[in-house]
Write a protein of this length. Structure first.
Lengths: 329, 277
């Protein structure tokens, strides 16, 4: 995905942005490029700068340095136009507990220019997230799941082009989380662009079109999950185990073996092609190794994340093969 | 500035206040106590005890009032009626100042910091509403409860004074022209000054409790100044003219503070981001 400055396919351009809170840097040379109609997931630990990045995108915060363009506009100068096209769900639901669900949506409808008679859009947005029946109740009496659904309804009420979700499943049970993630996926099917922050890697798995890993306010790496995994594990992986695991060291030097690493319960072997597995098994068996496990393995986002983090901590240790510090050929 | 959005912020704040019984019930009680209960008891007691020695002594002390005030007191009335008249017209004037300032300050102090505490500041910060619209909407929403209490309380107070003191003072005499000056010209700018300062404070502090404590410090001197102004306005004569001028000065200060206050609110403050200039 090569996109240049001012590319119309980019909904968000955050380039080399710095933002400090007093002496504490919140964003350091952060670059985020968000293509239209895709789900971009920002992952990183607490304090990585995910929330600040969202605030900078809508113009709620002004960066100290760097360039931000949302829909091609500087959100600091054209904040109203930018924010009108954004829908934000923040980490805390940010709802008015003393008001009813309807009043919360009505407030948003009026601020976003839908007027005082936005009955149709309110009913549609609430119905979409299954909260219509509860709109007359005071929000203070809602469950966490209901609050999240209401916050999501409020975010889509004005039909925004860009949706920004900051930990949208925070505090939800697994079933509700799943439903929310399905709804997010649905929204991009309708052509909307989504930026989602999470520190729950399992949420991003399979959902993200683009992953951006943040740490200490900077982007460590970005790309599709597939490409990032290929970058860190260029070969195919298979997990092997044997009655005597030390015998698996015989793999070193065999054709097609790019690297290997002993983990707690298996030996991970990186191969140049998965088609090598039958030959390997035959060779090991012929050498008297009694195999107890042969298991093709696809690294998860979590594996990727920790590989990136390890590489970040020790940048010279294992370039290109983050998970294989014991690589041998 | 989009007036529609400003009014939306104001309306929503008022609606939340309406839902907060724990807030408005004590405020109604406060208004009722100052505008109705205390004056009713005081005036009823003075009226019913008649011309006892103490009342006559107090009546003589009325000669210390400015001449214009003395001229307004019904000369032919009994000592008790004179004392009631003076109490009703002059000495209870600060009620009209203390109650609205207290109520509006209480509402205003939690206004912006409350958004931060609830997390709803995030919603406002990401919304298309300009911070000036948010500030002004919140200021008006803080001003209205105090001023409405004053108007309603003032109406009830007028009724009560006329019913208790009026029959002996030659008919309904309240409100006097000076009271209109107080309510319509002197009080509003002081409310504006207090709220402009309190909202600025509310945007900066970390908690509602801190905002309320600090707001008390800000409004106390204002209450004293407003007390002096209102008393001056009610005494009539040259004091009325002076109060009218002081009212104008207060309006100018209030408007200047309002304009600078509108500039002081930023989205970063709605978010509660530390060390934001």
């Amino acid at each position: 995905m090569l996109m240049s400055e001012g590319d119309p396919r980019l909904v968000v351009e955050v380039r080399e942005v710095n933002k400090n809170f007093g002496r504490v840097p919140a964003l350091s040379n952060l670059t985020i490029l968000v293509p239209q109609g895709r789900i971009t997931v920002l992952i990183g630990p607490n304090g990585a700068g995910k929330t600040t990045a969202i605030r900078v995108i809508t113009g709620a915060l002004v960066p100290d340095r760097g360039r931000v363009r949302t829909f091609g506009y500087d959100p600091d100068r054209f904040g109203e136009d930018v924010r009108r096209r954004c829908g934000v769900v923040s980490a805390k639901p940010a709802l008015y507990d003393r008001l009813s669900g309807w009043d919360n949506l009505q407030y948003s409808a009026e601020l976003y220019g839908l007027g005082r008679n936005a009955i149709g859009p309110i009913r549609e947005a609430a119905g979409r997230f299954g909260i219509l029946e509860a709109l007359d109740q005071q929000v203070g009496g809602y469950s966490t799941g209901m609050k999240t659904r209401l916050a999501l309804s409020r975010a889509v009420l004005h039909d925004p082009d860009l949706l920004l979700f900051d930990e949208p499943t925070s505090g939800l049970d697994p079933e509700s989380s799943h439903a929310v993630l399905d709804l997010i996926r649905e929204m991009t099917d309708e052509g909307r662009t989504v930026v989602m922050c999470t520190h729950l890697l399992i949420e991003a798995e399979g959902l993200a079109d683009q992953i951006i890993v943040l740490d200490n306010g900077t982007d460590l790496i970005h790309g599709t999950q597939e490409n990032l995994i290929r970058k860190y594990w260029p070969g195919d992986l298979v997990r092997l185990d044997a009655e005597d695991p030390t015998q698996l060291e015989q793999l070193v030097g065999l054709d097609g073996v790019l690297g290997m690493k002993r983990t707690e319960d298996a030996t991970e072997v990186e191969l140049d092609d998965m088609g090598r597995v039958p030959d390997l098994v035959a060779a090991l068996t012929a050498a008297g190794v009694r195999l107890t496990r042969v298991d093709p393995y696809h690294p998860s986002l979590e594996d990727l994340y920790f590989a990136i983090r390890r590489e970040r901590r020790a940048p010279d240790a294992d370039q290109g093969l983050g998970a294989f510090p014991e690589v041998t050929r | 500035m989009n007036n529609q959005r400003m009014l939306t912020v104001m309306r929503t704040d008022l609606k939340q206040l309406q839902q907060s019984k724990d807030f408005w019930v004590p405020m109604v009680l406060l208004g009722g106590l100052f505008f109705l209960v205390i004056p009713t008891i005081l005036l009823s007691v003075i009226n019913s005890v008649g011309n006892i020695g103490t009342i006559q002594q107090v009546s003589q002390a009325l000669q210390l009032l400015p001449q214009s005030a003395q001229d307004a007191v019904p000369q032919a009335a009994s000592a008790g009626t004179k004392v009631s008249y003076v109490l009703a017209v002059y000495l209870l004037a600060p009620i009209a100042v203390i109650v609205p300032l207290t109520i509006s300050t209480a509402v205003g102090s939690s206004s912006i910091v409350g958004e931060r505490e609830r997390g709803t500041g995030e919603f406002l910060a990401h919304s298309p509403a300009d911070v000036k619209e948010i500030y002004l909407g919140k200021l008006i929403a803080s001003l209205i409860p105090g001023y409405i209490t004053t108007i309603v309380g003032f109406g009830l107070y007028s009724l009560m004074v006329n019913l208790i003191v009026g029959p002996d003072a030659g008919g309904w005499f309240f409100p006097t022209a000076s009271w209109w000056l107080l309510i319509l010209w002197v009080l509003p700018p002081f409310l504006l000054i207090a709220l402009s300062l309190v909202l600025r404070l509310s945007a900066r502090v970390k908690s509602t409790a801190a905002a309320q404590q600090a707001a008390g410090l800000i409004t106390f001197p204002l209450i004293l100044i407003a007390y002096g102004q209102s008393t001056g306005a009610l005494f009539g004569g040259a004091a009325v003219a002076l109060s009218a001028v002081m009212g104008a000065v207060a309006w100018a200060i209030g408007i200047a503070l309002l304009l600078s206050g509108m500039r002081s609110l930023t989205r970063a403050r709605l978010l509660g981001v530390a060390n934001e200039s």
